[in-house]
Design a protein around this ligand. Structure first.
Ligand code: PFF
Length: 465
């Protein structure tokens, strides 16, 4: 059976694919502006704490459930004789659909920007509003992006997902290092580094903690069964704890380096670092222009290529979640499952595509349904879907997965699975910590996040900014 479903050929293949899922727009687009809004280094510290203390154990649980059952996010719960819990996987598939539907739109922008930068159109930043409201053009970029994602996924685990990750992840790291070294040589770079790294703990407020946690969770691709699915292609000799540590380190490392590269660029041109979501798409092209015509084209194109590569390995994992379900549970051949699912997700993404200026109803959606918060400027349908999927479903899914692993599947069975490939696991301090985290810490913290999100996003009791 396993051979038919596919299997990663090596530990490195699995780590790169899972790190590819984790490293995405969340690291390079979202992380730096969250840092900008959350008081620089103070946010970074919070983020690191959450990644290692809270997210790491949840990731271990997800991968272990997948590897134990060798099944997709829904089938895994059935295989463990707990079919009633398969709602977690179903919710995960729904989250995957929703996230991919808008994620692909932003990935399309990134890809479009590669083309703009190659042709030296640095003005694009000032015309960002026009760019994103031109739905035909951005739709075409999105279609190309979704097509590429589907092409990779259609080639299966080894020939598609693993191969792409082995090509894209090292390229991404090389581009990142080249840009980072260059950024650090720019005048004013040190001011950027200082802003980024010196923590101002007075900035740690409730909303900052909330967004650091949400960011950590989203960035590590947790709570929707992506890692159950990838874990299901992992063989029994692999050490899950070590692999999870590597994946977390790569994700955190790349987010960290993204900031270390970005702030010197921004500060070298004396631009405000709090540009919000526009920091990358609005501010950066102007910064690149200042580097001179040749350098600007090279650096600008490389930067958006980096962003596109990062997004691609993530869209691949987002698409694989529903595809694995359809292939396993409904016996649909992989190629057909992939193209049908991709087409469906693209269609579901059309409202998001239109919600950045093309349709005024969708652009002002949050206001129209009466959920706009004071001071907010972005009211798009796309933002709304982000609240539902990223901010609500993911923490809920993560909480349920932890509760499931600790109390339903049970810690002994989890430990048994984790000791394959790691004979020292049982009785170790890591085991104790993971058990504590999935039994108490994660359920408590994630349910708090879930409640806070629901109250503030959907009931107007603004607790999280
Ligand atoms: N981790 C990705 C990012 O940081 O951009 C987003 C993501 C991918 C979330 C896959 C969830 C997922 F299953």
């Amino acid at each position: 059976m396993a051979a038919q479903r596919g299997e990663f050929s090596s530990r490195l293949g699995f780590i790169l694919a899972a790190a590819g899922s984790a490293v995405g727009l969340g690291n390079i687009w979202k992380f730096p502006f969250e840092v900008g809004n959350g008081g620089g280094g103070a946010f970074v510290v919070m983020y690191l704490i959450f990644c290692f203390l809270l997210c790491f154990p949840v990731m271990v649980a997800e991968i272990a459930i997948g590897r134990k059952t060798q099944k997709n996010a829904v089938g895994a719960f059935v295989a463990l004789n707990k079919p009633r819990w398969s709602f977690i996987g179903k919710l995960g598939i729904l989250s995957g659909f929703l996230i991919l539907s808008f994620y692909n739109v932003v990935a399309g922008w990134a890809f479009g920007y590669v083309i703009e930068m190659v042709s030296g159109n640095f003005d694009i930043g000032q015309h960002f509003g026009e760019f994103v409201s031109n739905w035909m053009r951005v739709g075409l970029y999105g279609l190309v992006f979704m097509g590429t994602t589907a092409y990779i996924v259609s080639h299966g685990v080894q020939g598609g997902i693993e191969k792409a990750a082995k090509l894209l992840m090292p390229s991404l790291i090389i581009i990142m290092v080249v840009l980072l070294v260059y950024a650090l040589t720019l005048p004013g770079a040190m001011d950027g580094i200082k802003f980024y790294l010196i923590p101002d703990f007075s900035k740690i407020t409730g909303p900052v903690v909330y967004s650091a946690l949400g960011q950590a969770f989203f960035s590590l691709s947790l709570g929707m069964g992506a890692l159950i699915t990838y874990g299901s292609y992992l063989n029994k000799d692999q050490n899950i704890i070590q692999s999870t540590a590597m994946i977390t380190l790569m994700d955190v490392g790349i987010a960290f380096l993204a900031g270390l590269m970005l702030f010197p660029f921004v500060f070298s041109q004396g631009v405000e670092p709090t540009g919000g979501a526009g920091l990358i798409f609005i501010t950066l092209p102007g910064v690149f222009e200042e580097l001179g015509p040749n350098m600007g084209v090279i650096v600008g194109s490389l930067f958006f290529l980096l962003l596109s590569f990062a997004a691609l390995t993530s869209t691949v994992s987002l698409l694989e979640v529903p595809v694995a379900y359809v292939v396993d549970e409904h016996n649909v051949p992989r190629k057909r499952a992939v193209w049908l699912t991709a087409f469906l997700v693209f269609l579901i993404g059309v409202p998001s595509l239109l919600s950045n200026g093309a349709s005024s109803i969708l652009t002002n959606f949050v206001q129209i349904i009466g959920m706009a918060r004071e001071g907010a400027t972005d009211h798009s349908f796309m933002t709304f879907i982000g609240w539902v999927a990223n901010d609500t479903f993911l923490p809920f899914g993560g909480m349920m997965i932890s509760i499931f692993a600790a109390y339903i599947w049970k810690k002994e069975n989890l430990a048994e699975e984790l000791s394959h490939g790691d004979e020292n696991y049982k009785g170790s301090i890591i085991e104790k910590y993971i058990n504590f985290a999935i039994s108490f810490l994660a359920p408590v913290v994630l349910s708090a996040i879930f409640v806070l999100t629901v109250l503030s996003r959907f009931f107007g009791i603004d607790l999280v900014g």
